[in-house]
Design a protein. Structure first.
Length: 420
């Protein structure tokens, strides 16, 4: 079952500095995306909108992924990873700092008496920020996977994604204190992000990242140098795209409505719910990713993926046992909810690395741009889950992520059979 030699380096020789720099980006977008997960509850209360209407928060960010992923891939293919990253960081900073006029408008300190709804200012800022994140993820995921031996790509990408988990862990904690605390400020966490991004952009301007070029290791018969859409000739890639979409539907929907679930079903205070999300679910998520990174050096990635997918399906069903509070054991549904984070942690980087296996360097960039369109699933999943919770109840709404994880499990079964 061991797929990598004990002599195989996790990071290729001479690539450690680029690996560290590119991994820092994973932390940044993890922080940014996790703060979104507490905005829904905030906007519901401050602007008196429904859960379904608040799902526009996720829609604004993830529609940007869908629209900008291919342009990002074209820019990176034409001008390289470093320029793509700097452009992404610039858009990230602009979107983050745009929260300042949005908050000033909401508090009446800018354009007093105007009929402009500040919610639309915030959504516009999130769209620009999402465009920046699309550039960063389109560049960083395949770049991290390429910085070493192909057989260790899944482990390497999971290690980078562990820092994404770290950003996800501290995001709701810091954002929760700033947004739900005694002196609430919506723009403060975004100004903090904007300042961090400016510093990182300066570092990338000063450091020359090595480009990853074609080599002779690509699998025979795989698409090499065709047009933009040539990567779609590979069935495993197409099924991988669908699996990533279903994963995003499930993962982002749960994160987006976590605070709602804990406050509405279990009666927690919203700040306490944000702490549980941060130091419970997302901390487990980060640790599980670190564990998975090393576990996949001895267990084949596709088999590990299958076991985790089965775990998410069972855990999602466990959350639904508390429908209407009927089970009499609310702790069971909370344990199952936290277990989802442990099982889903390795899904995105593992599927991503499996999809890229056998592609040339140019096709890797093309494939990555298509894969980074899949976060639109987060907008779809959040809307469907929010709608189900408005029409039915929060526990029943977990049928949405359950179906998404079931689709990932079917993909894992297919890959295991193909590579048996």
């Amino acid at each position: 079952m061991q797929t990598t030699s004990t002599k195989t380096r996790l990071v290729g020789k001479g690539y450690m500095v680029p690996f560290i720099l590119i991994t820092s980006l994973f932390f940044l977008w993890g922080f940014a995306r996790s703060v979104l997960d507490i905005l829904n509850k905030h906007f519901q209360e401050v602007l008196d909108i429904s859960r379904t209407e608040s799902s526009l928060v996720q829609f604004s960010v993830y529609i940007a992924y869908c629209l900008m992923a291919i342009p990002a891939g074209l820019v990176i293919a034409r001008w390289g990873y470093r320029r793509g990253v700097v452009l992404g960081l610039s858009l990230f900073a602009i979107g983050a700092f745009a929260f300042v006029p949005g908050e000033m408008l909401a508090e009446g300190r800018w354009l007093p008496g105007t009929d402009i709804n500040p919610f639309w200012i915030f959504l516009g800022a999130l769209f620009v920020l999402g465009c920046g994140l699309a550039f960063l993820e389109t560049a960083a995921n395949p770049y991290s996977a390429s910085l070493g031996d192909k057989e260790s790509a899944a482990s390497r990408l999971n290690l980078s994604q562990s820092f994404n988990g770290l950003g996800c862990t501290v995001g709701p904690m810091i954002g929760g204190f700033m947004i739900f605390g005694d002196n609430p400020s919506l723009s403060l966490p975004y100004c903090l992000m904007g300042a961090m991004v400016v510093v990182v952009a300066f570092l990338f301007l000063r450091v020359q990242l090595p480009e990853i070029h074609d080599d002779a290791d690509s699998d025979a018969g795989e698409p090499q140098t065709g047009n933009l859409f040539s990567v779609w000739c590979r069935r495993a890639f197409v099924l991988g795209i669908l699996a990533l979409l279903c994963y995003e539907i499930s993962e982002i929907a749960i994160n987006s409505l976590f605070v709602n679930y804990m406050t509405d079903v279990h009666g927690y205070d919203k700040l306490d719910a944000a702490k549980i999300l941060s130091m419970g679910g997302l901390l487990i998520f980060m640790l599980a990713r670190v564990f998975g990174s090393f576990a996949m050096s001895i267990v084949r990635a596709e088999r590990y993926l299958l076991g985790c997918a089965l775990g998410t399906v069972v855990a999602s069903a466990g959350v639904m046992t508390d429908i209407g509070g009927a089970c009499g054991m609310p702790i069971l549904s909370i344990v199952c909810l936290l277990a989802i984070y442990a099982f889903e942690a390795i899904m995105f980087p593992t599927i991503f690395a499996i999809c890229l296996k056998g592609f040339s360097a140019i096709d890797t960039k093309r494939a990555s741009s298509f894969m980074m369109m899949t976060p639109i699933g987060g907008a779809i999943g959040t809307f469907l889950m929010a709608w189900c919770s408005d029409v039915l109840d929060m526990s029943t709404a977990f049928v949405v992520p359950l179906l998404g994880y079931f689709a990932v499990m079917l993909y894992a079964v297919y890959i295991c059979r193909q590579r048996h």
